[in-house]
Design a protein around this ligand. Structure first.
Ligand code: SF4
Length: 198
């Protein structure tokens, strides 16, 4: 999170934390209590993968979906959407539209998780605002399923929904709003905040 009240911006990862449990953002950003370090494993693993991906340059994926050009590891920010983040690949299509591609160090399990979808919609908002172009699709590449590539179509509702979630996260950060608990209380069992979360 960047804490300039006017230009406050959050990252898709912070949005995903919020979706896992809305109180994470409150404890981390309002009370400044960090999560345990072991939770950072996935983040570190992600960083390693970023480096590998740069080297790999999987052009055959691009050909598979008829994309005409791509930018790799693109950092974008948008004051309009109060967002910032790094996109694995920004894809260009012949019809003038663009799309984000996100690599996941995960297996594809018959469905695209809601969090993966929302993350891609957030990247799409960043692309729309920075490249001033239409974004109707997003892609997730599942590394542990032999680089299986999945396409998602985005509707206006997806963009509205993503913007509402951003608004909710900002409400916690800017106004110290204490949000509701995680939807599933099973998430509380191993939570590092369980002793202070009332
Ligand atoms: S204990 Fe449960 S509700 Fe509280 S922060 Fe952790 S996951 Fe969220």
């Amino acid at each position: 999170m960047r804490m300039d009240k006017q230009n406050l911006s959050i990252t898709p990862s912070e949005v995903i934390e919020y979706l896992f449990c809305p109180r994470f953002i409150f404890f981390m950003n309002c009370l400044c209590i960090p999560q345990h370090e072991e939770k950072r494993y996935k983040v570190l693993k992600g960083r390693e993968l970023h480096e590998e991906k740069q080297k790999e340059n999987r052009d055959y994926l691009r050909k598979k979906i008829s994309c005409v050009q791509k930018d790799i590891i693109v950092y974008l920010s948008s004051s309009r959407y109060h967002l910032r983040g790094e996109i694995d690949e920004v894809l260009y299509f012949a019809d003038g539209t663009m799309a984000p591609l996100d690599y996941k160090f995960a297996e594809y399990k018959d469905t695209i998780y809601r969090t993966h979808r929302i993350q891609s919609v957030l990247y799409a908002l960043l692309i729309k605002d920075n490249y001033q172009c239409e974004v109707r699709k997003g892609y997730v590449c599942y590394i542990r399923s032999k680089y299986l590539l999945k396409e998602m179509s985005f509707s206006d509702k997806d963009f509205e929904n993503a913007q509402q979630i951003i608004k909710d996260v900002l409400n916690v950060i800017q106004h110290g709003f204490y949000p509701s608990k995680a939807k599933s209380l099973a998430r509380c069992v191993d939570c590092c905040y369980k002793n202070i979360c009332v």
